[in-house]
Ligand binder design. Structure first.
Ligand SMILES: *Cc1c(COP(=O)(O)O)cnc(C)c1O
Ligand code: SF4
Length: 366
């Protein structure tokens, strides 16, 4: 008799990364490539690929598969009408007078984004940081100690959002160090991580990581993952999220609104219902940013508000409602539906619901 382990060669996260699907040969173990996909891949000079786990969820015969389109480069990436050059420098306010290490992006007084790596478990074709993680056009210095030193000198920062790349691709020891050092700063009230690992590498949520993240602490850890389509959610994701919650880590979602992937009513509703069913709280849906080469994923500005009106608000569980925002150089700005307040007179406000029905509430003077 053989043991069960011998039949699960890809069951740990490091083996998943060692077998990263980033060559035509490896990709062809999962999908039948079209001639166009093969030609684009052969000429591709950008970083691309994902884990064997996530690759195995691609539809082998459908080039329009939502997972496939997030992983395999498209010839449309060469086109650019709406994208800005040097987008990330603009967006992350790196060209302002305040002196900050490369790793610190700042738009708000009380919270910052701390970039600690440019490695990912999927190189999303729609990534707004693609200049950094996909194209390699921008290079930053991810010196963690320099970032920590800057934070120690900025007591007004109470919320530290650790991002990348994917910070959960750092070793347990590195994450442990980062979290410990942040908790030594008395002004840091919360630590956040942005990571796609619960979706593309749920194997990462293992006993070692749970030890690093878990337990009761005065300074809580919140993570936001990125799930864009219901077919990205599996039992493994459900278990990883349960494990995170069980050790005291809160889990939210930041989806990106992507044309041809999740910009229709049934997909958008199912996505948000399914997130809640695996205990992930929808936090944001991002309007696809003005990064270069991702025009083919971008919808009209109104689309997200329309989807919230037609697929979510009133149509399903209140907990399943994200806020639709656009991330800009001056912070995140809501782009929510605005049909609710129809008009007002001296006595009443008239309000409209998702079905178009009207009601009134008293106009209370200030
Ligand atoms: C997104 C972001 C934050 C966090 O914004 P919240 O709306 O609080 O989630 C903080 N700093 C920067 C630079 C960001 O891009
Ligand atoms: S995981 Fe995040 S940082 Fe990495 S490519 Fe995807 S969106 Fe960009």
């Amino acid at each position: 008799m053989t043991t069960a382990n011998q039949t699960q060669p890809l069951s740990d996260w490091k083996t998943q990364l060692q077998n990263f699907v980033n060559s035509i040969e490896r990709l062809e173990q999962y999908v039948t490539l079209t001639d166009e996909e093969r030609a684009v891949l052969a000429a591709n000079t950008t970083t691309w690929g994902t884990t064997p786990y996530f690759a195995s969820m691609m539809d082998a015969d459908d080039p329009n598969c939502p997972i496939r389109k997030q992983v395999i480069p498209s010839r449309l990436e060469k086109l650019n009408t709406y994208g800005m050059t040097d987008y990330l420098l603009w967006k992350e306010n790196r060209a302002t007078e305040e002196v900050r290490p490369d790793s610190i992006a700042r738009q708000y007084r009380d919270r910052i984004a701390f970039t600690v790596t440019q490695t990912c478990g999927i190189y999303c074709r729609h990534c707004f940081r693609k200049e950094l993680v996909v194209d390699g056009a921008l290079s930053l210095d991810f010196n963690v100690d320099e970032g920590l030193k800057w934070l120690a000198e900025h007591p007004e920062v109470r919320d530290v959002l650790i991002t990348g790349g994917d910070p959960f691709l750092l070793a347990d020891e590195q994450l442990d160090y980062l979290i410990r050092k942040l908790r030594e700063l008395s002004h840091v009230e919360m630590i956040r991580f942005g990571t796609r690992t619960p979706i593309v590498l749920p194997q990462r949520i293992d006993s070692g990581l749970k030890k690093v993240l878990g337990g009761y602490h005065k300074v809580p850890i919140w993570i936001n993952t990125q799930c864009n389509h219901p077919s990205e959610i599996t039992e493994k994701t459900a278990k990883a999220v349960f494990d995170l919650l069980s050790c005291g880590v809160n889990v939210g979602n930041q989806a990106v609104l992507l044309k041809g992937i999740n910009d229709n009513v049934p997909t958008f509703r199912t996505l948000h219902q399914k997130l809640i069913s695996v205990r992930i709280k929808p936090y944001y849906v991002f309007y696809c940013e003005a990064a270069p080469g991702i025009d083919h994923f971008r919808t009209p500005v109104e689309k997200g508000a329309e989807l919230i009106r037609d697929a979510l608000r009133g149509h399903t569980t209140g907990l399943a409602q994200p806020m639709h925002v656009v991330a800009t150089n001056i912070g995140k700005i809501p782009l929510m539906p605005d049909y609710y307040i129809v008009d007002k007179d001296e006595n009443n406000y008239r309000l409209r619901n998702h079905k178009g029905q009207l009601t009134t509430i008293p106009n209370v003077p200030g």
